[in-house]
Design a protein around this ligand. Structure first.
Ligand code: ATP
Ligand code: MG
Length: 563
């Protein structure tokens, strides 16, 4: 039942699965799950887990469930459930009819807890949270047994039922596993399995006032769904003995196997849900889908495609030790995805007016421009050329240094897809004395692509025809955090936020074809980067575009220089 695995880079997880299949474990089945807690929006780290879980199942002829780990009603909301479903789907994965909620198993989980009590493997403990912590001991000191540890099974059973019936106040009693207070693994020192908590749950309402702990609910949810390989992040390695203990103690057969992998960390990025939530709540960003956020919804809004994210997850692979991936690799994958499909167009972000003095007034030429030299199948389009144009302010210098090959007084440049022009006169604003306009002449014998247009000049500039151009607002993004590893140095993450993470340019001029741009279209603005319409704020009569990524590929550069 396994597909050919040769196309995929192998991983230690695939090795385990290959061995399991060979040994006939689980009848050769591979069944995984992605288990988000609905307490925030998914981020690029979750994407790694999604790609790994769905990908591992797919390449081994298996299936993957989507399961909401909704055991903690204080922090969970339906908004998050919906966003998570949308994000997983958008990433290109399909859970088919296998959408589950840990809360669907509350009754079963309760029954299993009753069994554990009957087996003498769980007990109701009357210590409060503080006392439990005190009794727990430390890494160097064993814990102390609870005075309630040896209470009769019958008494625990009764108390547990009373807990469920709402007879005790929140926090006054818990159900604990009876394992070993002297275990070197703190997770095994009689961990709490159930707590009393009067909270309305987004699915079960007020039906329950006791809730299972994650460490208890997770292995059993995996078991109930017949998961074979339970892939989770490294911080759960020390919880694995408890995962196994719960299933073994209940005498369950065909148990799922927990396998840990390293979490994704990215430079210049925070991945903690708590911090992401704070960024939103304290208005450091404009919502979970702010294009500067590492959330799936932020990346999507920015214009990143799902293929780029899947490709990135494939390239980083899975390992058993934590490391930090250079965000430049993600950007590289985004460029690779866009390169072949993004139409090349011209857009002037900081305009400077140019008047071609020897070009007749009222005349408009439609010039041929290829849409993507990397992908000739994308064809070409016509762009208007006229007497008045815009070029980029930074493409002109009145008093340039030696190697400035752009426009300056008396110098020539080529306008992309058009003519060679020469700067004849600089018009200044009489009040500010800033350059307001350039008067140029053009050489009619130098039209790009025409016979006789062989004259060469060093610089080529992008431009748009002023009377035809479409006005737009363009947003440029930089890393949200200045430091490479935000939150890890002396400063709190708030002090490391990049004050220049967002630059809004509100009088940009685009070539007229962009009036027809749709939300699906991706563009490369020549020399400026890749852009897409903002799906929320862009409207037909006021275009707003996001820069998805610049053109400078620091990943490729670093690889070439061996860094
Ligand atoms: P929390 O601290 O709220 O539990 P979490 O990031 O673990 O945050 P979950 O919703 O529990 O969030 O995560 C769902 C799944 O995604 C888990 O299996 C988790 O291990 C995995 N995951 C979360 N963050 C990353 C990451 N940075 N890299 C890889 N996998 C991750
Ligand atoms: Mg978690």
């Amino acid at each position: 039942m396994s597909m050919n695995n040769d196309d995929y880079p192998s991983s230690f997880i695939q090795t385990i699965i290959n061995n399991d299949i060979k040994a006939g474990k689980n009848g050769g089945r591979v069944h995984t799950r992605f288990p988000p807690e609905p307490n925030g929006y998914l981020h690029i780290g979750h994407a790694k887990s999604i790609c790994l879980n769905f990908g591992t199942a797919a390449r081994n002829g298996g299936v993957c469930n989507l399961r909401f780990d909704d055991t903690n009603p204080t922090k969970e909301e339906i908004e998050f459930v919906e966003s998570i479903k949308a994000d997983v789907r958008w990433l290109g994965f399909d859970w088919e009819d296998r959408l589950y909620y840990a809360s669907d198993y509350f009754e079963q989980l309760f029954d299993y807890a009753v069994q554990l009590i009957k087996l003498g493997k769980a007990y109701v403990c009357d210590l409060n949270a503080e006392e439990i912590k005190e009794y727990r001991g430390t890494l160097t000191q064993p814990g102390k047994e609870s005075p309630y540890r040896d209470r009769p099974v019958k008494e625990s059973l009764e108390l547990f039922n009373q807990m469920r019936a709402g007879e005790f106040a929140d926090g006054t009693r818990v159900l604990r596993a009876r394992i070993d207070m002297a275990s070197p693994n703190l997770n095994m020192r009689d961990p709490v399995l159930y707590r009393i908590l009067r909270e309305i749950h987004h699915r079960t309402g007020d039906e329950w006032c006791i809730y299972p702990m994650y460490d208890y609910a997770h292995p059993l949810s995996d078991y109930i769904e017949r998961i074979t390989h339970s892939l989770c992040t490294l911080e759960f390695e020390d919880h694995r003995p408890l995962y196994d203990w719960i299933l073994e103690s209940l005498g369950l057969e065909n148990r799922p196997q927990q396998i840990e992998f390293a979490r994704l960390n990215l430079t210049h990025t925070v991945m903690s849900k708590r911090i992401l939530r704070e960024l939103v709540e304290k208005n450091f960003v404009n919502g979970w889908d702010d294009p500067r956020m590492p959330t799936i919804s932020g990346l999507r809004r920015r214009g990143v495609g799902p293929k780029a994210i899947r490709d990135f997850c494939e390239r980083i692979g899975v390992a058993k030790s934590n490391s930090t991936v250079d965000v430049a690799l993600l950007e590289h994958c985004i460029r690779e995805d866009l390169n072949m499909r993004a139409g090349r167009v011209m857009a002037v972000l900081r305009p400077l007016k140019v008047v071609i003095e020897n070009y007749p007034e009222g005349v408009v030429e439609e010039l041929e421009a290829d849409n993507n030299p990397e992908n000739p199948a994308m064809g070409s389009r016509k762009i208007p050329f006229s007497r008045e144009l815009y070029i980029e302010q930074e493409d002109f210098m009145e008093d340039p240094p030696k190697k400035f090959f752009r426009l300056s007084p008396g110098k020539e440049v080529r306008l992309k897809h058009a003519y060679i022009i020469k700067c004849e006169q600089v018009i200044k604003d009489p009040i500010t004395n800033e350059v307001a306009e350039l008067h140029c002449t053009y050489d009619p014998d130098t039209l790009s692509g025409m016979a006789g247009s062989t004259r060469k000049v060093k610089g080529t500039l992008h431009w748009v025809s002023a009377p035809h151009a479409v006005k737009a607002t363009v947003r440029l993004y930089n890393h949200l955090f200045q430091s490479e590893n935000p939150g890890e140095g002396e400063l709190g993450y708030q002090d490391e936020i990049n004050p220049e993470s967002l630059e809004v340019l509100d009088s940009c001029w685009l070539e007229p074809g962009l009036k027809q741009a749709t939300l699906e279209d991706r563009y490369q603005f020549l020399r400026q980067g890749y852009f897409a319409l903002d799906p929320i704020e862009s409207h037909q009569d006021s275009l707003v575009l996001n820069r998805i990524v610049s053109l400078r590929d620091s990943w490729v550069r670093a690889q070439k220089s061996g860094a």
